[in-house]
Design a binder for this molecule. Sequence first.
Ligand SMILES: [Zn+2]
Length: 233
Amino acid sequence: MIGFDPLYFVMLAPAMMLAGWAQWKVSSAFRHGSEIRASSGLTGAQAAQRIMEAEGIYNVAIEPVDGMLSDHYDPTHKVLRLSSQVYGSNSIAALGVAAHEAGHAIQDANRYTMLVLRNAIVPIASIGSNASMLLIMAGFLLQLGNLILLGVVAFSLGVIFQVVNLPVEFDASRRARNALLMTGMIRPEEDREVGKVLNAAAMTYVAGTISAIVTLLYYLIRLGLIGGSSSDE
Ligand SMILES: [Zn+2]
């Protein structure tokens, strides 16, 4: 079982290609959307501010953050961090990304069920995915089947997190596009371009989740828990 395993590559290669394609897609969509100036002339930071105010949210700070596509909402500190390509830019892509992050702040303020669930899973899922590799490797080296199994259970916690995170991401993008249209910050003809950027971003989450599920399936087949065929080699 240890060493080169063709099954691993057969199963994971397509998932990794999909993930790579999604990464390329999101950066090219973002680059394209960054070249189109939104007719409203507002920056990403201003758009996020307006969207949150329209929802009665006044306790969330907006700060610039380093890194490309590093934009995120921090529910613990109630801070919306926008990358430099988004914070001060008035491009279609900047407004889309900023509105998406504001969407997460709205989810948080409204105690959106899937976000509450996701946040509840975060601590255990991050411990699980950090410990899983170590447990699986140690299980192989010490020839302890139960330790491997424990590692796979730990890995599956991270997979559950990724699955629960998907509706959260789709919902944030849906809220973003609605808010941009309703407030008039984005015109209907501009919404198409916003959609391209946000859909590409969502694809990276889908691809990551598929990779994680395929990896879990691989473990389960190799442990003989599914598939039926013997894993003795
Ligand atoms: Zn998001």
